[in-house]
Design a protein around this ligand. Structure first.
Ligand SMILES: [Mg+2]
Length: 333
């Protein structure tokens, strides 16, 4: 029997993407990545990374470096009790500067080559599988291979959509939410069709029940009782599904709010520190020093008034500078 798999993009899906990752130290797991992967494994999926790595064709890093980067990724995931079954990557690019890797490859996403090869080598049922990624190239590759798809929409790096790009089946804020969506879909697949079927079933039962009412009381007709029980349990199922959908929506919103607040805090910290503010602080110290010197001159037995007034004059000018710098800093915000 074939396995089912989750095909995963790597950059900005599992780890943060600062551009090209060319040293192991740059590997940083995204929030919810380890937990999401754990939950997906518990659902019985093989976890397979499929990643475009044209940095090799462009001469930015070698396959050896990439192996080290993936070792680091596995180590970080292991610390969160998560692991990946296999990593596929496409080192080719048609405009690459390294001749060995300069070619147009069917394995480069948005083409589905990597997924198709993995399916053959790992005996994976693509119909029962999912592709999760942060770009429409990932969604196209998943759709072409025949998997269901989830677009991970990070609020920092929004995916760019072209006219020809297919619509993902679902969208999520990170891997944890993607895992929740798949869990929900396994619990109640194709919910719209089911709800439609349920309402049709109810419609069918209703006339039967009405026809029986004039001749036999409900309590005396076992068929009517069974129909009513089934209808009620169907209604309960629908309510459960609705609740599940609402819970997922709320989780999505909370996750989004959390990420926005985190980024706000980072921005606030940045605004808090500025060169102007630092300069104003330093000058403020000099102002206090000038005032201290003025007091010393005034208290000295020789009573050097002229020197004391000069020091006070400096203090006033510098204090004005401090105020100007503070006003400029606030205006910039
Ligand atoms: Mg990516």
């Amino acid at each position: 029997m074939a396995d089912k798999a989750i095909f995963l993009d790597r950059d900005d899906t599992i780890i943060a993407d600062p551009g090209y990752i060319n040293t192991p130290e740059q590997v940083k797991l995204l929030a919810g990545a380890g937990q999401g992967l754990n939950e997906l494994r518990k659902l019985g999926y093989k976890l397979v990374i499929v990643s475009n790595q044209s940095g090799i064709a462009r001469g930015i890093f070698t396959e050896n470096t990439l192996a080290k980067i993936h070792e680091r990724l596995k180590k970080l995931l292991a610390e969160e009790d998560a692991y990946i079954d296999r990593i596929y990557y496409c080192p080719y690019h048609k405009q690459g500067s390294i001749p060995k890797y300069r070619k147009d490859s069917d394995e480069r996403k948005p083409r589905p080559g990597m997924l198709l090869r993995a399916a053959e080598e790992m005996n994976i049922d693509l119909d029962a599988s999912w592709m999760i990624g942060n770009s429409y190239n990932d969604i196209s590759a998943g759709k072409s291979a025949g998997t269901k798809t989830i677009l991970v929409k990070s609020h920092t790096n929004k995916p760019v959509r072209n006219l020809a790009d297919p619509t993902p089946d679902f969208e999520a804020i990170n891997l944890k939410e993607a895992a929740n969506i798949i869990k929900r879909e396994l619990a109640c697949p194709v919910e719209q069709a089911e709800i439609k079927q349920a309402s049709t079933a109810e419609e069918k039962i209703e006339p039967e029940k009405t026809a029986l009412e004039p001749t036999l009381p409900e309590t005396q007709h076992p068929l009517a009782e069974t129909a009513e029980t089934e209808s009620e349990s169907q209604k309960l199922n629908d309510v459960e599904k609705k609740l599940l959908r609402e819970t997922n929506k709320t989780e999505h919103l909370l996750e989004e709010i959390k990420l926005i607040l985190k980024s706000r805090n980072r921005q606030d910290a940045f605004y808090e520190f500025s060169t102007m503010k630092l300069l104003a602080g330093v000058i403020q110290i000099v102002v206090l020093a000038c005032l201290f010197v003025a007091v010393l001159y005034k208290m000295s037995p020789a009573e050097k008034d002229a020197a004391a007034f000069t020091a006070i004059g400096f203090a006033v000018v510098l204090q004005l500078m401090v105020l100007t710098l503070y006003i400029m800093h606030n205006d910039k915000q």
